[in-house]
Design a protein around this ligand. Sequence first.
Ligand code: CAA
Length: 293
Amino acid sequence: KRPAGAPDKSLARKVTKVGVVGAGLMASQMALLFARRLEVPVVLTDLDRARLDKGVGYVHAEADKLLAKGRVSQDQANRLKALVTGSLTKDAFADADFVIEAVFEDMAVKKQVFAEVEAVVSAECVLATNTSSLSLTEMGSGLARPERLVGFHFFNPVAVMPLLEVIRGASTDDATLATAFAVGRSLKKSSVLVKDAPAFVVNRLLTCFMGEVVAAVDEGTPLETAEHALDGLGLPMTPFALLQLVGPAVGLHVAETLHEAFPDRFGVSENMAKLVESGKPGVYRPDFTLDPE
Ligand code: CAA
C-alpha cells in the first residue's frame, strides 16, 4: 500500500550506488543497511582517516556478527564487506544516485556538505539528509537543484528500528520523493511522510518524554523512579539508557531546536546543557556535579 502522500512509484529513479557522508555510528549503520538491502556499492566519506577506518571496520564487524548468527552466508558476508568502502574525498560520489549525509546536526555544516556533494554528483542524483530536527527547506536553499533534496530520518539502532521519516522540503519534487520511498521500501523500513517542521514528528514526541524525565530528576525525583518512567508505558528502554543511545549532544540539540520553535512548550535542562558542554562522556545522572564557575 502506498504511504499517505507518497507519489506514484513509477517516478522513482533507480539507485545503483549510494554515498554516505560522515562515518560516525549512525552513518556506518546506514552504510551496512544500504549494502545489505540494496546490494549496491556504498561509499562512506569522512574528513578524518581514523573515523573513516572505524566506520568501515564497524561494517566488517557487523557482517561477521550476521554470519555468526546465521543471518547471512559466508559469501554474503564477504560481499557486504566488499560493497562498503571508505573515501576521504567526495569525488567517489561521482557515479552515485543517492547520497545521504549523517554529519553533525549543524545547518551551516550540512549546507557546506551538500554544496561539496552537488559539485561532484550527476544532475539526477538524489540528496538525502538524516537530520533529526533541522529545516529541509532552509537546507536546500543554497543548492543549485533544491528539488532533489529530501529528508530521510532513521532511528537508532538503524538495523532494528522499523520507522523512517521521509520529509518533503518546499522544493522537493515528486521524482525525488518517489525515489526516497522506493529506497525505504527496499530497506524494509516503514516510511511515513512528515511535514518540514522543527524536529518533525518522532523527536517532538520523544523530546516530550525525555525532557520531562530529565526535568523530574533535576527537580529531585530519584533516579531509580525516573528510570522506570518509560517502562510504565511499555517502552523497551529506560530513559537514560535511551539518552545514551541517541547521544546526549543530539538529545540536547533537538531540545534546543524545539525550545527555539515552541518556547512555551519545550524547555532545555540546564544540567543537561552543562553536561554536554563539559564533554564528559557517560549517562546523565542527577548527582552529576558541575565544576564551580
Ligand atoms: N545495532 C544493531 N543491532 C542491534 C543494536 C545495535 N546497536 N542493538 C540491538 N540490536 C539488535 C540485536 O542484535 C538483536 O538482534 P537479533 O534479534 O537479530 O539478535 C535485537 O536488536 C534485540 O537486541 P537485544 O536482544 O540485545 O536487546 P533488546 O531486546 O533490549 O533490544 C533495542 C535492544 C532494540 C535497542 C531496544 O531496547 C529498543 O528498541 N530500544 C528503544 C530504541 C529507541 O527508542 N530508539 C529511538 C531513538 S530516537 C532516535 O534515534 C531519533 C533521533 O533522531 C535522536
